[in-house]
Design a protein around this ligand. Sequence first.
Ligand SMILES: [Zn+2]
Length: 252
Amino acid sequence: MGLTDRWARKMDGREKKIGRGQQMNILAIGAHPDDLEIFAYGFLAAAAARGDNLMLGVATDGAAGGPNPGPELARRRADEAHNGVAALGKPVLLNLPDGQLANAPDAREVITHFIRSAAPDLVITHAPEDYHPDHRALSAFVSDAAGFICPVLFCDTLMGVGFTPDFYVDISPHFTAKQNAIMAHHSQSPARFASASAIMNRFRAAQCNAPDGHYAEAYRMARRFPFADIRDLLPPPPPYRPFYVPGSDALI
Ligand SMILES: [Zn+2]
C-alpha cells in the first residue's frame, strides 16, 4: 500500500480528530540507547499517563559508546535500552552503526520505513543543531520521512546549547521516574546524565517561573505546512505564573 493510501485510510477511520482529549500514536526515536530517557522521558511519561499510545525507537546499536566498543557493548546497551523505558513500552532497536549514522548506507531507508509503517500522529526526535553527529543525522532522516504527513517535534539539545524552545512540558510528576530511567544505563556512567537532566529540566521549569521542585522539558516544532501550531497535541506546560506576585507559587 502506498503511503498516501495508507494515510488516507487512517485519516478516514478517525475523521481527523486528533488533538486534546484524543488518544494519539506518538513515535519517539533517539539516536543512542539512552537518548529517549535523557531528552524526552518526561514528555513520553506524561503522554502515556493521558492514554496515548507510544512507539519507541533507538536508531543505533550503541556499540561505540564506551571505552570498550564492539558487539559486547552493543548487547549490554540493548538490555539497558529495554530496562530504561520498560515502564513506557518495548523499544524497537534499529541497530544502525553507532557513530556513523549519517553515512550508513541503509540508514535513511530503515528510519523512513520505521516511521511510515507506524503512521504516527506525532514524531519526537533530536534537534538538527544538537551536539552529536548521529543526533543531527537522525533529525534530518526523521524530518524527511515524516514530511508533511505528521508533525515533528524536536527535543532539547544537550544542556540546551543553541536551542530556542517553542513549548514546555511539565514533567514534575515524572521526574523521579526519568532519573531512574537514565540510571538504568549502567554502561554510560549515567550519574552525569542524571545530573545534567536535573539541571536542564529545572532550568526549563524556572524559565516558566516554576519554583524549586518543578521540572520541565523543552521542545520546538519543525515548521512545516500544515503543522503551523501543534500545541493541542502536547501534554500541558507548567502552570502559568505571573512575574512577582507576593505570596504566589512562583520562583520570582
Ligand atoms: Zn545520543
